[in-house]
Design a protein around this ligand. Structure first.
Ligand SMILES: CC(C)=CCC/C(C)=C(\C)COP(=O)(O)OP(=O)(O)O
Ligand code: MG
Length: 393
């Protein structure tokens, strides 16, 4: 398939009568198929072989504080327009109010870190087809809750591998409820208020199930169980100081992964990918490849942050350097290649699936996943509050 055909499938056709299929236009289906003013066409930098030409500096705009951000040289990605600042401001305002008033997510001294994470920019740029702020909030609350649990149970803010399994399982019941006897139910209900991750999981999931179909909620629970399994493997390896082989690390990272974020793109878009289409092996392959690419993007952009953190932090460049006996720079550049291969495999698999099963919900879902991949790169690249590149070029 040539790069033009693939681009049309993943990023939407252009021309008369196609506006309803283009992610940039889904939020305003009655308008013409022109991109918003100032927007570049998604994938405009795709060259003759479908490879993205490395871009110059992107003019980013963190929530309230513009800062420079630089894409990783040689990384295959699609540049996207800055998200609508009005949407970003409103989502940022609402998620902060939810975090403080409804779930007491963080103490006052962590406010800078909460703001610096730029949840509003993240979710608005990843979901260009969301029909409303309410739809965007479904994903934003979940993202806040997922990161709170990762920080508080596993990592930066007092997390530990010791005892993680028990904590994770109990938190998982905020998503996948305990059905038990009258005697024991109140104990469980009380436990859901016991810490910030559980309060946040429960509240975010309540909003989500209200908007989602039962099959979409079940899909999300399953993806969160996958995520928790990944956390457990990483924790077990940390406890025993096991150094995984590269393929073992990639297997763990397929679970400890952003997957629960792109797979809710249909709920956030206000439509449903039917369960039988979601379950197709070809769709599962597309989702896994896309999610793996997004997660290796995190490994690459968070490399210096993780090297500076206390303890030994696994990420792809670190594991390649350890297991393949090469310099840190060589390992990092190889990790970029692994990412690029995953991206190409995702795009090819998505294009084949779209061509063989051209169901409208399927096509829109595939574009939603592609938009999430592109938005995730944009957020990582421009979030200089959290991330900075190593000095390898
Ligand atoms: C939002 C979500 C489902 C997160 C789950 C897993 C996760 C926190 C990541 C994939 C991000 O990786 P990491 O823990 O390395 O994050 P930072 O590098 O600290 O930003
Ligand atoms: Mg990371």
């Amino acid at each position: 398939m040539n790069s033009n055909a693939l681009e049309k499938i993943l990023r939407g056709p252009s021309g008369l009568g196609t506006s309803g299929l283009n992610p940039l236009d889904w939020s305003a289906p009655d308008t013409a198929a022109e991109p918003p003013e100032g927007a570049t066409a998604v994938g405009a930098a795709v060259g003759a072989e479908g490879a993205t030409v490395p871009q110059g500096p992107v003019p980013p705009e963190r929530d309230g504080a513009p800062e420079p951000g630089r894409p990783i040289p040689g990384l295959y990605y699609h540049p996207v327009p800055e998200p609508d600042p009005e949407r970003v401001a409103e989502v940022s305002r609402r998620v902060k109010a939810w975090a403080l008033d409804e779930v007491q997510l963080y103490p006052p001294e962590w406010e800078d870190q909460f703001d610096g994470f730029s949840l509003g920019r993240y979710l608005v740029v990843c979901h260009p087809d969301a029909p409303s702020i309410d739809h965007l909030m479904l994903a934003t609350r979940l993202m806040a809750a997922e990161n709170a649990l990762d920080d508080l149970y596993c990592e930066d803010h007092g997390g530990s591998p010791v005892g993680l399994g028990g904590r994770l399982l109990l938190a998982h019941t905020a998503l996948d409820p305990l059905y038990t006897t009258e005697e024991y139910r109140p104990h469980w209900e009380e436990s859901l208020l016991a810490d910030a991750p559980r309060r946040a999981y429960r509240s975010a999931m309540d909003y989500f199930t209200e908007a989602a179909t039962p099959a979409q909620s079940d899909r999300f629970r399953h993806d969160m169980a996958r995520l928790h399994l990944g956390y457990l493997a990483e924790a077990a390896w940390a406890e025993t100081e096991y150094r995984p082989q590269v393929w073992e690390y990639l297997a763990m990272r397929q679970f400890n992964n952003f997957r629960p974020c792109p797979t809710i793109t249909d709920t956030v878009g206000g439509y449903e990918l039917p369960a039988d289409l979601h379950a197709l092996p070809a769709m599962q392959r597309v989702i896994a490849l896309a999610s793996n690419a997004t997660t290796i993007v995190n490994d690459l952009y968070s490399y210096t942050k993780e090297l500076a953190a206390p303890g030994h932090h696994l990420n792809l460049p670190v594991v390649i350097a350890e297991r393949e006996d090469c310099t840190d720079r060589e390992a990092y550049l190889k990790a970029v290649e692994v990412h690029n291969d995953l991206m190409h495999a995702f795009e090819s698999a998505a294009a084949v699936l779209a061509a063989t099963r051209p169901d409208p919900a399927m096509l829109r879902f595939l574009r939603g996943v592609a938009a999430w991949v592109d938005g995730n790169h944009h957020w990582h690249c421009t979030n200089t509050y959290r991330y900075s590149l190593p000095d390898f070029w």
